[in-house]
Design a protein around this ligand. Structure first.
Ligand code: C5P
Length: 301
């Protein structure tokens, strides 16, 4: 048996971050959107465990954790222990989501692997158990299972679907070198020692989604980690300005960065902005729409 599960990247349309909790995590009020950039996890039956990764030419292969250190190894351990079985399988991750980019690429791999191994091992884990295992693997993993547009609270792991009838178009500009999420959070703590314990609520953003208006959404986009990411990588500020000057409705750092995303008014607008940004020295510029589905089976044989 061989099967492939696909899981999407995320953008945080709203990322309200509060002062760190006792466990070191930051309380969040976030609105996630899954966008059409995907990693694929393929799993086939085998007598022991093997994991491989492939990346597109433009991605730094050395930046991807290899077998043994990859989050997918932890997925296999956790799901196998949950069912009291051995982990087995030959698993391959085909990456397209920027690594350490603020788009939850590792979380997408974890969500895809959970769904793939659940099916490969025929263990039929109930959805609530899958979500609980996902939350143990990382704050963004439950959202990568769910997809669509969702409100995230807690440390981001408590997810609730948001009714989103829109089709939103984004231009995505990854950076050559990733940023470490913990490092960006630490920098946020240094820059904002008086951050409130309650994160900024997402009401304005949710209202804009309900209206379905791209200009209203542009106005409401909010990311409390943006200042920290730009302080660590000042070139991101210049990129956002360049994208807005080139006609984006709004540019924003994605999550903890360094990927920047630009909201566009239509598919044509996104294609043309992507072409403009590519011609100004950004080797990789992608266009993607959201919301799209969470981790889902795409082939089975
Ligand atoms: O949950 P996850 O493993 O993805 O988080 C990675 C790191 O990001 C954490 O170890 C923590 O440093 C930081 N983080 C945080 N607050 C959150 C989510 C992540 O401080 N809500």
């Amino acid at each position: 048996m061989e099967l492939t599960v696909r899981a999407p990247a995320k953008i945080n349309l709203h990322l309200g971050v509060g002062a760190p909790r006792e466990d070191g995590y930051h309380p969040l009020v976030t609105v996630y959107q899954a966008v059409g950039l995907y990693d694929d996890v393929t799993a086939r039956q085998a007598s022991d465990w093997a994991l491989g990764v492939s990346v597109p030419d433009w991605m730094d292969a050395a930046a991807v954790p290899t077998s043994g250190d990859n989050i997918v190894d932890r997925v296999a351990d956790l799901l196998a222990a949950h069912h009291g079985i051995e982990r087995t399988g030959e698993v391959h991750i085909a990456k397209a989501i920027p690594v350490a980019g603020g788009m939850a690429g590792g979380s997408a791999d974890a969500a895809a692997a959970l769904v793939a191994l659940d099916r490969l091992w025929a263990v039929r884990t109930p959805d609530d158990d899958l979500l609980a295992l996902a939350a143990q693997l990382g704050s963004d993993v439950p959202f990568a299972l769910l997809g669509g547009t969702a409100l995230g609270t807690g440390r981001g792991e408590l997810v609730e679907p948001v009714d989103d009838r829109g089709t939103w178009w984004w231009v995505v500009v990854p950076a050559d070198v990733g940023l470490s999420t913990p490092e960006v959070y630490r920098h946020f703590d240094r820059m904002f020692p008086d951050a409130p314990s309650e994160p900024v609520p997402a009401d304005a953003l949710l209202q804009a989604i309900a209206e379905g208006d791209a200009w209203a959404l542009a106005d409401a986009l909010h990311n409390d980690l943006e200042a920290a990411a730009i302080d660590l990588r000042p070139e991101l500020g210049a990129l956002i300005e360049a994208g807005e000057e080139a006609g984006a409705l709004r540019g924003l750092v994605s999550g903890s960065g360094p990927t920047c995303v630009f909201l566009c008014g239509s598919a044509d607008h996104a294609r043309s902005l992507a072409g403009d940004l590519a011609s100004t020295g950004h080797p990789v510029v992608l266009a993607a729409n959201g919301p799209v589905a969470g981790a889902h089976l795409v082939s089975y044989a």
